[in-house]
Design a protein around this ligand. Structure first.
Ligand code: SF4
Length: 146
């Protein structure tokens, strides 16, 4: 599959954790698949009800991450992700997302809310290819279990 991506975008994660919870302007929804939930269960020895809420109508995403009373992801500890190596695909994508146009093209978009946009190196096609391949891999794995 082919995709379009923004050129001339610089990005570096500043580890500010803004994307790990709600802000005054928006509610952060961290969706994930059944396989992603199983990985988290295995690595943390938690039951899915402890960290996930079931959702409908967003397949292949069937869970939403629970948040603290302050609106932060429950796995955010001391402002860093305690499940970083197995974090959901949605977290890996941020501040980017893949949209599908009416003509069935896939286009990477990004949000300027992330303070890391404009920082760091110029992103190349390879960066977006890696994200794209991760998405395909996650969706393929999930389709074999549904
Ligand atoms: S908001 Fe942007 S800079 Fe801050 S932690 Fe998330 S990805 Fe990194």
């Amino acid at each position: 599959m082919k995709f379009d991506y923004p050129e001339n975008v610089h990005f570096k994660c500043l580890r500010c954790a803004l994307c790990c919870g709600d802000t005054e302007k928006r509610e952060r929804k961290i969706f994930f698949t059944k396989i992603e939930a199983n990985h988290i269960k295995q690595r943390t020895s938690m039951q899915s009800e402890e960290f996930a809420e079931e959702i409908k109508g967003c397949e292949p995403y069937v869970y939403k991450m629970k948040k603290t009373k302050k609106g932060k992801c429950i796995f955010l500890k001391n402002n860093s992700c305690s499940i970083y190596r197995i974090r959901p695909l949605i977290c890996r994508f941020y501040p980017f997302e893949l949209r599908e146009t009416k003509s069935n093209r896939h286009v990477f978009a990004y949000t300027n809310e992330c303070p890391g946009i404009g920082e760091g190196p110029l992103l190349t096609k390879r960066f977006f290819e890696t994200l794209f391949k991760r998405l395909i891999k996650t969706l393929n794995k999930n389709s074999h279990t549904m």
